[in-house]
Design a protein around this ligand. Sequence first.
Ligand code: ATP
Length: 436
Amino acid sequence: MEKIDGKNLKHTLTPEEIITAEGREITLCACVHKIKKSGGFYFVLLRTGRYVYQTVYRAGKCKGDFAALCEGAYISVSGTVKKEERAPYGFEIELTDFEILSKPKSECPFDISASHLGVSIETSMEHRFAALRNPEERAAFKICEGVTTAFSSFMQKNGFTEIHTPKLTTLNMEDKKHAFRLKYFGETAYLAQSPQLYKQAAVAFFERVFEVGSAYRADKHNSTRHLNEFISLDFEMAYAAGLHEIMAVITAFLKHAIKYLNKNYQNELQILGVTLPEIKTIPCITFNEALEILCKPKKQPDLDPTDEVKICKWAREKFKTGLIFIEKFPQKKRPFYVMGSKGNPKLTETFDLIFDGKEIASGSLRLHDYDELTVKIKRMGIDEAQYAPYLDMFLCGMPPHGGAAIGLERLVMQLLGLDDIRQATLFPRDLHHITP
Ligand code: ATP
């Protein structure tokens, strides 16, 4: 009997590790990305989970059967590391042997090794399993990983507890018409549109919580910025003194995320040709100020997508940043939030964060008083019984609190200047796609 001690775990060598092995032989498992003939030898580009390495095959120096090698094959190689300024990461590997582990059944529908795939998002989605092998196509998802890692580490450092809330639920605060409904052992359940109720409940016992989880919206959107399933970076905090304290958390997180990405994801940023924005401060204006800037009538209940584009252009010209907070929206579209105590009482303690023309986050101070909530629910003519389980948490007492949700794919889309949110979604779920 063997005992598993969990020690000496292997991983694919990084460029930094390989370069330190200059002059020595290393072994590597990878996919044959591209085979290129050059004079009397071949370049065999090998794609690992993150990098593409240049190896060189010379007949007589390598024991492997070159005729059996093909693009798309997964192989195990051994070779000697040589400094080579012209190669990616400044080295190449002179192959001494290889073994084919697995071969593809057919060719990929497009040239995976191209620096740009050059296909539409529709084609990329149709052949998703193939397209994601292209280093540029997959790079956005390493950035997604960087953002979620940065979010978790930032939140933990700031005293937030990570929670995982159910996505199958009967509690749904948002409009049920826009929720996916399903049968749950004879009962009607919904896919959670957001973790809001649960994260609110959790501030009563953890004070500060965060979650990285899926959110579902059944809207029949046909836009480049909406998905039917997306990842929501949520946080909720007790004792928030005001909206600006919540905005400060988002601003600090974004600064942290950009620093973290610049430090750890240069490989992907270079592949994508992206320089991340520098954030020092984010301007904040009220909804009414935004309407004035846009020369719009005061009656408008919300900003539309073209307003969001214009207001960010204005912010760029005035403050040299594409990010802007807009606060204190009218009650009509945001009925469940704290009303502005000072100034106009009809305005809510809510905000959106717009980034180069697209909303990437929204937040608010929530109502926490049982009586206030029940009055509001009655006034809105909502069936009270439906909210009974939700109201239970307020019966037991709740601290004043507020929070926000940041859309992961929207944030990454805007950080990377992508045209379509699907380019920041591994396997998008939208009006036309439930597969693959
Ligand atoms: P929008 O007005 O853009 O449709 P929303 O007001 O419905 O968004 P919220 O419910 O406030 O958005 O959700 C918080 C965040 O989640 C948004 O700022 C956005 O980043 C993200 N988000 C919301 N809906 C979607 C969606 N359908 N697809 C992708 N991300 C979304």
